[in-house]
Design a protein around this ligand. Sequence first.
Ligand code: PDD
Length: 282
Amino acid sequence: MSVYLNGQFMPLADAKVSALDRGFVFGDGVYELVPVYSRKPFRLEEHLRRLQGSLDGIRLANPHGIAKWRELIEQLIALQDFDDQSVYLQITRGVAPRDHAFPQGVTPSVFMFAQPLVSATDAQKAAGVCAITAPDIRWGRCDIKAISLLANVLARQQAVEAGCAETVMLRDGFLSEGAASNVFAVKNGVLLAPPPSNLILTGITYDVVLELAAAHGIPYELRAVSEAELRGVDELWMTSSTKEIMPIVTLDGVPVGSGKPGPLARQMDALYQAFKQQVMRA
Ligand code: PDD
């Protein structure tokens, strides 16, 4: 597997960073995960825009312009021997003696790798997944795609130990998002999701879902969704670059709606797949 580290492509085994890298010591960095279909990055511009937002959020200068990122990502994609990929890229504040405050004159560390992207099968989408709920114990800047993901890691592990795919997090009695996904609900044919804010990571998939809803006349409301409301919805979905649109069919062991993936999930997945094809042909 070929990876990219600080200016060079190399085998993974050769990619070494200092143990004093601030990513390792402080989790002081940000990342992106870009899905790649048939060797074409999906929504790259949007991912790079979100990356810039994350970098601004941690006050770290972007080491590369858009054209350079595009070039590096294309090179990385070309080096892999699989067509559908998830490209992970992270930037940390670099290597420096341990001190919380920013070091001066330090070059950020840039690391990228690609993994095979395994999309959910039709059978998996037709079965849906189970989820549990847990309090959202994260910090107040969940809109930054930070590599420090301890609360997300703990939340996802809780789901796995419950035999489920995701943990739906609740903050102060309201839906925020999943451990590594955004969460949509459907009630009486209306798509519901929390609005973009500092309390969620606005997913690229989230944006695509809302664009598709607008373009196809599916009514939606971006507003706070209370826990009580959440427990009475007709459909619940998790969305992310890797899971796409995945129906959640039980929440804390209780069936969501009919307990089967709902019609709007099926419709949105079809629209999403068609949109992907259209983008890839372009
Ligand atoms: N995570 N919210 C959180 C906390 C996430 O970690 C993710 C995705 C999303 C969805 O974002 P997008 O639609 O852009 O993938 C929302 C990625 C997949 C990850 O960390 O692996």
